[in-house]
Design a protein around this ligand. Sequence first.
Ligand SMILES: O[C@H]1[C@H](O)[C@@H](O)[C@H](O)[C@@H](O)[C@H]1O
Length: 536
Amino acid sequence: MEPTHDDTAPDVPLIGDHEADNRHASSLLLSSSGNAFTWVLTISACVSGLLFGYDTGVISGTLVSIGTDLSSRELTNLDKGLITSCTSFFALVASPISGVLADRVGRKHVILFADGLFTLGALWQAFTSSVWGMILGRSIVGLAIGGASMIVPLYISELAPGHLRGRLVTVSLLFITGGQVIAYVVGWAFSGTRGGWRWMVGLGAVPAIAQLVMLTLMPETPRYLARVQKEAEARAVLSKVYRGMVPDTTGIVEDIILAIRKELLAEEEAHVQLKSSESRSALMPPVLHSLLFHPPHARALMITCTLQGLQQLCGFNSLMYFSATIFQRLHFSSPTLIALSVAGSNFLFTLAAFSLIDRIGRRRILLRTIPIMVVSLLLCAVAFSYVPKASEDQLDAPTSKTELPADSRLPAVGILCALLLYVSTYAVGLGPVPWQQSELFPLSVRSLGSSIATATNWGCNTIVGLTFLPMMELLTPKWTFACYAAVCVAGWVVIYHIYPETMGLGLEEVADLLKTGWGVRESMERLRILKSRRLN
Ligand SMILES: O[C@H]1[C@H](O)[C@@H](O)[C@H](O)[C@@H](O)[C@H]1O
């Protein structure tokens, strides 16, 4: 790749080459951790992440508390399966739609729609009296989650200064995993109250309504504004984002506007070429065609879908949904509390990701953490093979509250430790890194690309949710976890070959990396130069 900077200038994203002045501004910018405006907007957007986490986490507690409250009968396994999987299925349906909407009506309006659906879904579930009513409520919430999970990282990455982008997007992961912890705690708190599950699901409306109010103060992202020819407004937002971080924001703002214009122009030319190419199908929308057939776009799509697919197919959410069941069947005396430790570790180690993602880099974090996930999954598989057959059989049998039998105590504790190691390393790497997806797409295909990657996430999430228990039964727990380990090994190899390091680059520079290839070598070379400059 041709270097885009003078080699002696600090490799700072979004900064042009006005030499000395800019170099000074660059170092000031790099040392800045953002201003109040950027943080307030990030946190306001992240409320949707909280709802995503809360609504995915709350279902395990809800299912065990409903009793005969719906349709005046106990829930069957089919009811439970439908209530759980309709949410991820409708999230899968909503993500591509919200991608198209984000380009048509703007990023902010997608957050607004999602909030409306979160509120409606929460209240619908709280007041429903039938199983089908509950399924409908969960489906509405699924639509909201699909939209929110695609738009929040996109909104933040289009707003964030390049050197903080990874960290700010990771804040949304803190809200997601925090939301899951809150859901577990709320589930535990209301578990003894009659009809308490109505509160569990209904409480989801509160943050959604709060965010509806915050939205009145949130601006559109500067990239969207520039795209729809509202450059003056884009400039105003950008200068607020950089205010206080450098003495004069004009230079940075103009550089970014210029970079966006250049990117849009290059993309326009690529579109024109594609339109006239023979391969173009009259039926396919031009943006989709460009995403699939323009090599740099197709590469970005391949990377993001691989990461999102791997994030789910490594089996993590089987723990999110079924860890209490696993621990109950291994005869732990307080399975819900132990399940809470899984959600708690996920949250705590996402905090570690927050501090590492813009220091170590996305690619390197993944290459280092996935091997530990493989080891912990294999340890878990080995520990399962020591669980006496009788106890293992019970993994799919009705639950019992008997004490941990002496001969399964050690393997059960081994399984718990291995799973905690697995969750912690997942939370540092595979949990947050795939959500950095928006940065890999240039502006013209960013929202459609992000939405397809998000749909991949929800598709694979649904697959894991539906297959985990049958796999435990048909393959045995040992081979189920070994399968997840094999998926991680395959994922590591693919990541090694195709995922460039994007840490510290401006959004417009990331797109450059994928122009002629996967950009892995170039990105590592840039990182090496950046590091040696920082040391000097
Ligand atoms: O990144 C998030 C996070 O790791 C959550 O804990 C998990 O439940 C989601 O599926 C995932 O997308």
